[in-house]
Design a protein around this ligand. Sequence first.
Ligand code: DX5
Ligand code: ZN
Length: 230
Amino acid sequence: MTSSKMPCANGKISIAPSLLSADLFRLEQDVRQVETAGADWLHVDIMDGHFVPNLSFGPSLVGCLNGRTTLPLDVHLMVQYPGRFIEAFAKAGASLLTVHLEASEDIRAALQRIKALGVKAGISIKPDTKPEALAPYIDLLDLILVMTVYPGFGGQAFLPQSPAQIKGVREVIRQSGRNIWLEVDGGINKETAAIAAQAGADALVAGNAIFKAADPVLALKQIRQAAADI
Ligand code: DX5
Ligand code: ZN
């Protein structure tokens, strides 16, 4: 991602539609629709059936999108052994690669590998992981992805403890003095977008609330507006 894509550089929250909720039979139309609506990134959820009880996409989907959309590809690795796949996703064209702090691997090594490949590096925490656990990785991070549902499925409800979790992560970022994006993922709609933005988010993932809406363009604009109106 280029610096012009930095959230909050112009006071604007970034919106990342999640392709997990797109209609794969008409993927191109769905992507064009959110481009037209002013999406900032495309969020690509990768699930391995181990870290989460579901399967989704692989590097081939990222490769198909690469060069066909102007939007940066924000790849969320919900996988037990992310290190095995970092190179493939980097080669496929990921702009940002986010690994889970709870994955069964040396996460510092994974983050270093991502950065060495010239890709922005992110770390994600599940709802029960304390924000303080991020401290050992903070020097390597471009982004922190706060899960506001238990990862694995689209269409779940924003958990009630999420505002406190977002505020806790915002405080960890503030204390670090570093410029790190705070992205929020799970159950975002026009009501919860305002709550997440108020708590300190500067990028929002939304799947069902955009792609399952009768009018996805309007839905994306309403989420952006709700986040800006705080
Ligand atoms: C959940 C994924 C999310 C999901 C969000 O495990 O990481 O990105 O697609 O979907 P919604 O917005 O429908 O909760
Ligand atoms: Zn995600």
